[in-house]
Design a protein around this ligand. Structure first.
Ligand SMILES: NC(=O)c1ccc[n+]([C@@H]2O[C@H](COP(=O)([O-])OP(=O)(O)OC[C@H]3O[C@@H](n4cnc5c(N)ncnc54)[C@H](O)[C@@H]3O)[C@@H](O)[C@H]2O)c1
Ligand SMILES: O=C(O)C[C@H](O)C(=O)O
Ligand SMILES: [Mn+2]
Length: 551
């Protein structure tokens, strides 16, 4: 399809702005539609970064960056790639939580997202086709936004999590932005604030559950698969009642991934491997406690449990190392409200003389003496000084990961954890944390956020067009992140730094792609895995355009 000069300037996939060369301006009728100076990409990047720096706060910075993204993808990603650690908390978590909560009020344009409504399912196919606009879609991030981070149900406003996660895929792993599609499934919302807001942009009714909901998801998945046969389908921030069921339904059928269950499982296992490298302890000696046993909490426990089995422990013995704590306290098998994922790790009441008293985290920690404590509870400040001191009395190097996002929901700060344990805790947090200076040592704090792993996992899977994403590929991803940090350095982090995100995304991708090929899952012949991964990576550089323009 031919473009007009105006369409070319307004297409973010093609637009080069002031970097259009004179030859291009002549060929495409752009003379007089731009200031006359011709800039290099580096000059544009310098100018854009100065504008970014002039913004008053992170929300303003994010709004500026989204405007840049909507205008020119190459410039946006070139800038992002040069400031990855600085931009991650602006483009992604935690600032993304603010833009999701205020999405309708801040709305300017749809940013190439697809908005699918449970009330208009006849439109699913045309909406996906028109959004793709002829592009070869290889990756969709989809959310129904029932469980956005730890901030709950945000209806159609949750589309921003799909947009943001995809931006990280490109910045971290070089996924081609023309091959991705952010999708929100609008099944209603139970958020009263949104239902009462006349400016709310989604369906103004209660969330639909049960068969009608699943039929909607199924129709979306079937249509997306049909339109985009080599799709990698990433599910994000679905509610606790649906996330695991949807993954179980599809994981053996199509190339699909649940970030909160699997991505978080990988990064926490990688963090534990890093921590044990530092403490020189064995995985199978650990006593694992999860505080908050929802989508992420149960998903992480399942991944760590698989590692115990891989390291040779029998299932029944391995199960004895796991304790889940949720709202009701330590989870027991006689509790009829347990989710299927919780039931896997529920304990027997007869194991404890005081089982009925184990209704708080503090009581559970006292009774069990965990060596690992992972927080996915959405409850801020719940890793209190007395609980952490109690834990640290019974283990020399407690592994403590407060992972609830965004920042305001974290179970504890890294700073407090280091101080309360006299520098002994091996800490990782969900959001970026500054290094902690304590007693002459600078403790680097790893970020146990699935963003450190899902880009590489996706790149590796897409590069070899793997039929499925298997447990072996997931395990390969977790293990590939070990050995990147130096455990002998005092205060070393348990995970590699976000500044190296692009480099270790590639490491993860190679491990995952190799595993897929070893298991014969690649849908096309692959001679050289590293070459396939490199060829899949997109670079933020201007290319010659192969287009027709009507002048
Ligand atoms: N760092 C990461 O990469 C990462 C990844 C996924 C999720 N998370 C965070 O983990 C948190 C949970 O996410 P999720 O998707 O599992 O949500 P979820 O709703 O599925 O699970 C939350 C669980 O916490 C429990 N809970 C609520 N109040 C509690 C209390 N007072 N005491 C104990 N448990 C309580 C809930 O009953 C539920 O089981 C969120 O804040 C999210 O941002 C972080
Ligand atoms: O989005 C994040 O920062 C990580 C995770 O997927 C979450 O839901 O908190
Ligand atoms: Mn999530």
């Amino acid at each position: 399809m031919p473009y007009t000069p105006q369409q070319l300037l307004h297409d973010p996939f093609l637009n080069k702005g002031t970097a259009f060369t004179q030859a291009e301006r002549d060929a495409y009728g752009l003379n007089g539609l731009l200031p006359s100076a011709i800039q290099t990409l580096d000059q544009q990047v310098r100018q854009a970064y100065a504008q970014f720096q002039s913004k008053a706060d992170m929300l303003e910075q994010r709004l500026f960056l989204m405007q840049l993204f909507n205008t020119n993808h190459v410039l946006y990603y070139k800038l992002f790639s040069q400031h990855i650690a600085e931009f991650m908390p602006v483009v992604y978590d935690p600032t993304i939580a603010d833009t999701i909560e205020n999405y309708s009020a801040l709305f300017m344009e749809p940013q190439n997202a697809t908005y699918l409504s449970i009330d208009a399912q006849a439109d699913i196919e045309s909406a996906l086709r028109h959004s793709a606009n002829g592009r070869d879609i290889r990756l969709i991030v989809v959310s129904d936004a029932e469980g956005i981070l730890g901030i709950g149900d945000w209806g159609t406003q949750g589309v921003d999590i799909a947009v943001g996660k995809l931006m990280v895929y490109t910045a971290a792993a070089g996924i081609d932005p023309s091959q991705v599609l952010p999708v929100v499934l609008d099944a209603g919302t139970n958020n009263q604030e949104l239902l009462a807001d006349d400016l709310y942009l989604g369906n103004r009714h209660k969330r639909v559950y049960g068969d009608a909901y699943h039929a909607f998801v199924d129709q979306f998945v079937a249509t997306a698969q049909r339109l985009f046969p080599k799709l990698y389908l990433h599910f994000e921030d679905f509610g606790r009642a649906n996330a695991a069921d949807i993954l179980d339904q599809y994981k053996n059928e199509i190339t699909t991934f649940n970030d909160d269950i699997q991505g978080t499982g990988i990064i926490v296992l990688a963090g534990m491997l890093g921590a044990l490298n530092i403490s020189k302890q064995k995985m199978t000696d650990q006593v694992y406690m999860s505080f908050g046993a929802g989508t992420a909490g149960a998903g992480i426990a399942a991944r760590v449990y698989e590692e115990f089995l891989q390291q040779g422990m029998a299932p029944a013995e391995a199960k004895q190392h796991f304790y889940l704590v949720d709202k009701q306290g330590l989870l027991f098998a006689d509790d009829p409200t347990l989710t299927p994922a919780q039931r896997e790790f529920a304990r027997d009441r007869s194991e404890f003389a005081n089982a009925d008293e184990l209704t708080t985290l503090e009581a559970a920690v006292k009774a069990v003496h965990p060596t690992v404590l992972v927080g996915t509870s959405t409850q801020p400040g719940t890793f209190t000084e007395s609980i952490i001191k109690e834990m640290a009395e019974n283990t020399p190097r407690p592994i403590i990961f407060p992972l609830s996002n965004p920042t305001k929901l974290a179970e504890a700060t890294a700073d407090d954890l280091i101080r309360w344990t006299d520098g002994r805790a091996l800490v990782a947090t969900g959001i970026p944390a500054a290094p902690v200076a304590y007693n002459g040592v600078t403790y680097e704090i790893g970020q146990a956020n699935n963003a450190l792993v899902y880009p590489g996992l996706g790149l590796g899977t897409i590069a070899v067009a793997s039929k499925l994403l298997t447990d072996d590929m997931i395990s390969a991803a977790a293990h590939s992140l070990g050995g990147i940090v130096d455990p002998e350095q005092p205060g070393a982090a348990v995970l590699p730094p976000v500044t190296k995100l692009d480099a270790f995304s590639k490491t993860v991708a190679l491990a995952v792609a190799n595993q897929a090929v070893t298991d014969g899952l690649n849908q096309e012949p692959i001679q050289d895995v590293a070459a396939a991964v490199a060829a899949t990576q997109w670079q933020p550089e201007y290319q010659d355009l192969d287009i027709e323009v009507i002048k």
